[in-house]
Design a protein around this ligand. Sequence first.
Ligand SMILES: NC(=O)c1ccc[n+]([C@@H]2O[C@H](COP(=O)([O-])OP(=O)(O)OC[C@H]3O[C@@H](n4cnc5c(N)ncnc54)[C@H](O)[C@@H]3O)[C@@H](O)[C@H]2O)c1
Length: 255
Amino acid sequence: MNDRLKGRVAIVTGGGHGIGKAYATRLAAEGAKIVIAEIDEKAALAVAAELVAAGYEAIGVRTDVANADSVAQMAAAAVAHFGRIDVLVNNAAIFATVPMSRSPFDQISIDEWDRMMSVNLKGTWLASCAVVPQMRAQGYGKIINISSGTALKGSPSRIHYVTSKAGILGFTKTLANEVGKDNICVNCVAPGSTLSEENPDEDIIKMRNQAMSTRALKRVQSPDDLTGAIVFFASADSDFITGQTLVVDGGSCLH
Ligand SMILES: NC(=O)c1ccc[n+]([C@@H]2O[C@H](COP(=O)([O-])OP(=O)(O)OC[C@H]3O[C@@H](n4cnc5c(N)ncnc54)[C@H](O)[C@@H]3O)[C@@H](O)[C@H]2O)c1
């Protein structure tokens, strides 16, 4: 790897599993010190320990992104351990590890709808609010939000999830406008259907395989396919790019 993030400090929410773990591992390999901010405390500590064992600097902090006090503690822990916050990857979501139903739009419970918005949308806002004061004080920061190709294409189910991910697109553009004067860039990555599950069952594998037929590049998408876009938005290579959404899906959603 290239040390493109040497001396930088990156928080990855939901970094204990799946794609977030791949982001954390790649950001560490590029030189960043890592905070795994994850609701599953055991996973947060385990991923941080793996990174430390590999020779990187990392801590795990139990974080519920839907809770303002919890994200304030996340930001405080990052500053206490590493002295700054350069990158926030707003990756935590209700998706696979914390599962969602795939019910038709009129059969989703109100509780599940509210929880989806609370974690996926409000969580992205709260985590951003928690890190921006430190980024402002530094005069530099990179916030990377995670949407989904489904927000651009629509989906035959999971209307609550898709709606939450569509909200991330407007959130990204507006926050980029608000914090540009502080030299903070806000961008978004929209992944395609990615085989991110640790123990995928047959149905999941079938679904991820089916996604191949919608793509220009005919193969299954893996978490590692997404990490280059995250490093780009986290690094100085994108210092004059903000408010943008990059679709990383092998050419399924061409926009
Ligand atoms: N896998 C895909 O096909 C795909 C496609 C498009 C977008 N995405 C997005 O990519 C991101 C990662 O997805 P994934 O496939 O790795 O799924 P995942 O469910 O494994 O990852 C989400 C992570 O967030 C954590 N989390 C859940 N609620 C939390 C909370 N309240 N506070 C803190 N952490 C919390 C989970 O424990 C998990 O580690 C998500 O934002 C997802 O919406 C995934």
